[in-house]
Structure formats: C-alpha cells, structure tokens
Design a binder for this molecule. Structure first.
Ligand SMILES: *[C@@H]1O[C@H](CO)[C@@H](O)[C@H](O)[C@H]1NC(C)=O
Ligand SMILES: *[C@@H]1O[C@H](CO)[C@@H](O)[C@H](O)[C@H]1NC(C)=O
Length: 411
C-alpha cells in the first residue's frame, strides 16, 4: 500500500511540476457549495458580488469571525480527504459566453486519482519547502487572499507570482503555464493554478486587504529556498490549489467568438484571466497541519486521519444565497458586468458584430467616507460600494460606476 502510494506521489509531484526531493501534502476536496458568498471580503453580507466555488469544512458561513468560532474544533464535516482539515478554500467560477451573449457555467472535473470528487472540487497542496527548511503551520483564525479580481493587465498581474493557467492536452499536462487564459481550445480542460505567498509577519492573522500580513521571499523563490523578508520573517507552508475547468463541451471552434478569441469569462467579469484569485481560511484541527508538515507527509500521511472521497462527498451545504447559476443565463450571477478586453458579441452581420452595448449602471453606490486626498484608483479598480472606505477618485480616462450595491469600479 505504502509503496503504491509513493509511486502515486512521485507521479503527482511530477504532475505538479515540483522538485521531488521533499514531500508535499496533496489531497482532494470536493465541492461544499457554489454560491455568491465571500466571508473574507464581504463578511456579514448575504450576497457577495461574484460567484465562488467553495470546498472544505462545514463552518463556511456568511460571517466567519475568528473571535466567535474556532473552525478546526467546531466543524463537524469536511469535503477534504484529510478529515482533520476543516479549512475553507475558494475561487471564482468560470462561464462560457456563447455568440449570442448568453452565459453557461463551466463544470469542474476531478484531478487524476480524484475523479470522483463531487462537483470536481479542487486539489490542495501544502508544501513545507524543498530545501529541508522547517515551516510554521498557520494558526487558528488565519486567513488570506492572493490575486485581485480587478486586474486586467499583465503588468498588474505580475504583482502576484505563480497565478497561472495550464491548457490541458491530457490530464497529465503540466507545462506551458500562462498568466492569462489559454487562447486555443484545451482538449481536456483548463487548469487554474493558485499558489499563495510563503512568508508571514508572524503577528497578524489577517490584514485589511487580507494580503499584507503575508509576502513572497525577498529573493529567489520558495522552491529555491529564498529567504523571507525581515518584515515577514516566518516561513509558512506553500498553499497551492489546482482547479480543473471542464471545457470539453465548449471546444468546438464554431461555438467560439467569430474573431477567434477565447470564449471563457470568470464570474467577476474577466476574459483575460489576469484577475484570477484564491481565498483561504485556515481550519485544521489542533496541531494536525504542523504534525503533517514536520513529518514531510505527502498523499500518504499516517500522522493524519483520512476519509474516502465518497465520505467527503457527503459533506455539503445548501446555498444560503438562493439563485439560479446553471442553464443559459442572460447575465453573470450578481449582474456582474464584463470589464476589460473581451470578444464582440454576435457577428455574421446580425447586429453588426460590434462590441456589446455597454450597460450604464445608474449611480455609484454610496460609500462610507472614502479618502480622496491625492489618491487615484487605476482603471478597473474598486472606487466605491457599501462598506468601502478606500479612495473613490478614478484615474484619468475612467469613471466610477456602480457594478451593484456592493461595489463600484473605475471603468
Ligand atoms: C451560519 O450563521 C448563522 C447565523 O449566525 C447560523 O444561524 C448558522 O447556524 C450558521 N451556519 C453554519 C453552517 O455554521
Ligand atoms: C444562445 O446560444 C446558445 C448556444 O448556441 C443556445 O443554446 C441558447 O439557447 C441561446 N440563447 C438565446 C437566448 O438565444
């Protein structure tokens, strides 16, 4: 059994394109729920702007206040195969836009060996490092976000290392990662790869932007053993999600935009992929994650309790935000407007094949204060919305428009 598992692991590591010297904890988490909630960015708000697919423990909720609950001790089930992991992991969802402008959700599919994960779910990795260094596991209450849904350019996206896409020719393809969406049909689907920063300030479990308490190594990379900056001296495990979007039913080029560009758009209104992002709320029971890291576990980990994928599939939540997210939709859930470069809708002369008629949202949503002295929000950035307290002035050439009640954006 063990030998077999290790052979599997060698394959998995080769698959993930990782150096094989050190073990990497790798496991499957099935879908918990897919809905428009975001307890990190919009806590207490029973409708986040865009749709997410969420995996992990059943403490996921509209509000996840770490002073009220200890997720790792209070959750009662998880969709992950290491059954002491009640963390929540989530990303945006992907849609296909047909030539007529209608949208349909792209399903997910399970990774190799994890095919039976309900809803496809995601593969989660925690890497202790590849140079025999120790890592400090996250603490109860820890959470973070990587990526920014407002980004639409390569220059912006380059602020985050290692948020990429793999065009799967086979399920084993692990080369040719790109920072924008693949431009050609991908025979077996599109894999989104989300790797988080690996250095922590050692103090704050969260920060106002949910990012500044973590950082990338000051030189080199996590993989090369690069040192953490003095501001963020604590090495944390490298958290890594693989999510496979099952585009197979949409690979016929005759269904693609007439200009030949790719037809997939993220739930936050992005065709480019530069806005890709992932969210994490730590929820391992007790010191189980630290034990697994110290033991250099991989897919096989006698230090941890496990459950089958079928058992994980039995843990699920009802949508708290009830809405139709499947079948052909005339708008993205939450009435999210597509922003940034995008293919024209229609064609064949029917409606001129031109750009979609931009919908002009009414008034920018009211904001609470909002410092405006000398600040400027770059195009596509957030400039307002309920609860927003940041800068409300858009850079020259863009104006602040309400996407919905929850946020306004410089367009
Ligand atoms: C979510 O929060 C609500 C309100 O506090 C609570 O009633 C409910 O039990 C929570 N659900 C879960 C799954 O924790
Ligand atoms: C839009 O196109 C899709 C794919 O061809 C089709 O299934 C759907 O019915 C169309 N929707 C409308 C409103 O015409």
């Amino acid at each position: 059994m063990k030998v077999q598992q290790h052979n599997l692991l060698a394959a998995a590591l080769a698959l993930a394109g990782m150096p094989g010297a050190e073990a990497v904890l790798r496991f499957s988490c099935s879908e918990l729920v897919t809905e428009r909630l975001d307890p990190l960015v919009f806590p207490g708000v029973a409708q986040s702007p865009h749709l997410h697919q969420i995996v992990g423990g059943n403490m996921f909720n509209i509000t996840m206040d770490p002073t009220q609950h200890n997720i790792g001790e209070e959750a009662t089930c998880t969709t992950c195969t290491f059954s002491e992991d009640f963390s929540n992991y989530w990303t945006a969802t992907l849609f296909f836009r047909a030539r007529n402008g209608s949208y349909i959700r792209v399903p997910q599919r399970g990774n190799i060996d994890f095919e039976s994960a309900r809803g496809g779910g995601m593969t989660v990795y925690y890497a202790p490092g590849y140079q025999n260094q120790k890592v400090t596991a996250f603490r109860p209450g820890f959470r973070m976000i990587v990526g920014n849904p407002f980004y639409r350019t390569q220059a912006e996206a380059s602020k985050f290392r290692q948020l990429t896409f793999t065009c799967l020719d086979t399920l084993y393809t692990r080369t040719g990662e790109t920072t924008s969406m693949p431009t050609q049909p991908c025979r077996e689907g599109i894999m989104a790869n989300i790797r988080f920063p690996t250095c922590w300030d050692g103090v704050n479990l969260d920060s106002p932007d949910h990012m500044s308490h973590v950082a990338y190594p000051s030189s080199g990379t996590f993989e090369s053993g690069g040192p953490c900056p003095a501001s963020h001296p604590v090495r944390i495990p490298q958290l890594f999600y693989e999510v496979i979007w099952d585009t197979r039913q949409f690979n016929d080029r005759s269904l693609w935009p007439e200009d030949g560009s790719q037809p997939f758009v993220w739930s936050y209104g992005d065709f480019t992929g530069y806005g890709t992002h992932g969210d994490y709320v730590f929820g391992w029971k007790g010191d189980s994650l630290q034990r697994a890291m110290d033991a250099n576990c991989d897919v096989y980990c006698p230090q941890l309790r496990t459950q089958s994928i079928a058992q994980g599939n039995q843990c699920r939540q009802q949508q708290k935000v009830r809405e139709n997210i499947d079948g052909w939709l005339s708008k993205l859930p939450g009435d999210i407007e597509v922003t940034g470069p995008q293919p024209p809708i229609g064609g064949g002369g029917g409606n001129g094949g031109g750009n979609p008629t931009p919908t002009q949202p009414s008034q920018p949503a009211p904001t609470n204060g909002g410092g405006n002295s000398g600040c400027s929000v770059a195009k596509w950035g957030q400039c307002g919305g309920r609860g927003y307290t940041g800068c409300t002035r858009c850079a020259a050439g863009s104006t602040c428009r309400a996407q919905n009640e929850w946020y306004s954006q410089c367009l």
